[in-house]
Design a protein around this ligand. Sequence first.
Ligand SMILES: NC(=O)c1ccc[n+]([C@@H]2O[C@H](COP(=O)([O-])OP(=O)(O)OC[C@H]3O[C@@H](n4cnc5c(N)ncnc54)[C@H](O)[C@@H]3O)[C@@H](O)[C@H]2O)c1
Length: 393
Amino acid sequence: MQSLDLPLSSDSPERDSLVQGCDGGPSAAGCHAAEMTTTPVRYGIIGTGMMGGEHALNLAEIPDADVVALADPVESSLAWGTACVGHPVATYLDHRDLLARDDLDAVLIASPNFTHSSLLADVFETDLAVMVEKPMCTTVDECVEVRRRALDRDALTWVGLEYRFMPTVSVLLDELATGVCGTTRMVSISEHRFPFLVKVGNWNRFNVNTGGTLVEKCCHFFDLMRLAANANPTRVYASGGHDVNHLDEVYDGRVPDILDNAFVVVDFDNGVRGALELSMFAEGGRYEQQITVVGDRAKLETTVPGDEVFIGVRDGSGPVSVSARMSPAVTYAGFHHGSSFLEHVRFIACLRSGAPAEVTVDDGLWSVAMGAAAHRSIDEGRVVHLAEYDLPV
Ligand SMILES: NC(=O)c1ccc[n+]([C@@H]2O[C@H](COP(=O)([O-])OP(=O)(O)OC[C@H]3O[C@@H](n4cnc5c(N)ncnc54)[C@H](O)[C@@H]3O)[C@@H](O)[C@H]2O)c1
């Protein structure tokens, strides 16, 4: 079994702990060699399009994982998923046949957003651990119900918000936790990227299927904002629209309703202010994401992609660079700079040890609620208070 004992970027024990946990060695999650079984964790994957295949490619690089079954109603997706797994695997057109197997430890849901709620309901009838891709669901109400049911069971429920495991992001969060910034005051995230890709059946062309761009795409950034602010949001104001992309596409007589640019301002309950800037017609730039956290003592800044975090203390000494390179222990970088690999390493560590999920159903709920509030703000032209949603958190 490969060693996963390398830090992401420095010698800090916090970073060491992120990559430990599935090598038989001690981990922060309490995973001890004596407790390890010799059988890898057996996964079933539900939904084997782009992201299901990406998960399979990651899992193929993790010795303590084995994908044994796939489910997808589209044959060509099953063929793609099988190719990504890299060895013969059982395939099903109906996920219920996969769930009926008696040899699974965990399922991964990587189907379109609008299917997550009902698929999770079926998984919750079993005792299997589950990782569900982001967004947890397309609406706040669905997330509230999923959270209620997930908290009612013993098995692990993990939401696939993997950005926190990206090298530059995790180093930024570690540095923030040292207190170097003093009291955090502002968190700003900008995403400038390419338009939405084509998906199987074009499901991502309509808000009813995705939850809306600020849910579908930006739940990642609202999750990071909450982590950096170390607080929950109270109100949201947003301006956005559908101005450039997909305007010449027609599906069954309908033009897509995808929002492709927005500014979102968020107030947090500890006084931190957050800002998100999204453009999905800006693929010509240098970075996809830029993340800045400003406290009363210093500013932290980083990018994705990137391999540095800059700390700028307010003493005139100029920014200091902290290395944030991907650990060589991450043997598959994939589409997300090694973060999907790390999320599975951590998921498996939690599954083995019985530790709670590191990315929780509360994280899933808040990140969707912030996106939904931003859409409501755009639609109704007003500030939206999160209290309007009567969230159980
Ligand atoms: N975490 C990330 O960074 C990230 C990146 C991309 C996509 N995603 C998420 O992954 C999920 C899948 O996105 P994608 O890009 O792979 O889309 P996709 O269209 O490429 O693949 C989705 C697959 O799900 C299948 N499917 C549809 N209904 C199903 C059902 N009821 N049961 C099983 N399979 C079903 C489709 O046939 C298709 O093969 C979405 O929730 C998306 O938001 C996450």
